[in-house]
Design a protein. Structure first.
Length: 276
């Protein structure tokens, strides 16, 4: 690979140790890194946003494939010099390094052209970051994220399954999600206690839900008390029994038994007839 970077040597040179409190687990195998980046190809002429680049493994592979622009968002200032040194090796790509918490950044202000997002997400804030980028900005054509396998299962699960969750509904209401790659713990340093999974997320062409914020509120109420009957978990919503009956949803059913489409229709009905 041209300009190959030996990531372990870089970490040693800059005296960088993975921080457990930031959920840092790095991938050094360029075969794996290339397989991950392959899922957002082609990227020539596009803007790429990488969240949490760390020592720059994915960053290097992205830059090798000549994007028009690369925006890096890294919370840990310890990687600043490492990433700056890597960026300098690719003067033909416009780059921007932001040392900040992605949860505090207005991503919409950064996205002005056709964009793809890539990240090996820190496990401890994966769901928070996912909820921040969903629904995808109108210029974002796809996002590829590496998740803890358990969380990935929650994102892609269908109703009436144990893993079906609020994340399943919220993400699938506006996006198509597909599983692309399974990653054993052994490809990471340090090794996490769980396996990981790479998901590809793309915006749906036909979105049913009219108010995404109402859907988020409804699903939060429903799944926070998922073992309760749906009429009880949503009892604070005025006339909820009427709406459930209108949509043919059994009042005695539980949150995990209601499919994504019906949650969207319920949110639309609430938007039309009441306040929550």
């Amino acid at each position: 690979m041209k300009g190959e970077v030996k990531l372990k040597e870089i970490i040693k040179e800059y005296n960088i140790l993975p921080k457990k409190r930031l959920g840092q687990n790095f991938i050094f195998d360029f075969n794996i890194l290339n397989k991950i980046v392959k899922n957002i190809m082609p990227i020539q002429g596009l803007t790429i946003i990488e969240i949490g680049p760390g020592p720059g493994g994915l960053t290097k592979v992205i830059l090798d494939n000549s994007p028009k622009e690369l925006i890096l968002i890294e919370k840990d200032v310890a990687f600043k010099k490492t990433l700056e040194a890597l960026i300098k090796k690719f003067p033909n790509t416009k780059t921007k390094l932001i040392i900040d918490d992605v949860l505090k950044i207005n991503l919409d202000k950064l996205i002005k052209n056709k964009t793809k997002i890539l990240s090996n997400l820190p496990y401890y804030i994966s769901s928070q970051i996912l909820l921040k980028v969903i629904p995808l900005n109108k210029f974002v054509t796809e996002a590829v994220f590496t998740f803890q396998r358990e969380l990935a299962d929650r994102v892609i699960s269908e109703s009436c399954t144990k893993s079906y969750s609020r994340l399943s509904v919220v993400v699938q209401s506006v996006c198509n999600v597909s599983k692309k790659l399974k990653l054993p713990a052994t490809v990471f340093y340090p090794e996490p206690a769980v396996e990981s999974c790479v998901l590809k997320i793309e915006p749906k062409n036909n979105i049913i839900v009219k108010d995404f914020e109402i859907l988020k509120v409804v699903t939060k109420k429903a799944f926070n008390q998922r073992r309760k009957k749906i009429r009880n978990s949503l009892k604070k919503i005025e006339n909820i029994s009427i709406y459930l009956n209108e949509l043919g949803i059994n009042e005695n059913t539980r949150a995990e038994d209601i499919p994504v489409e019906l949650y969207c229709e319920l949110a639309n009905l609430i938007l039309k007839k009441t306040k929550i």
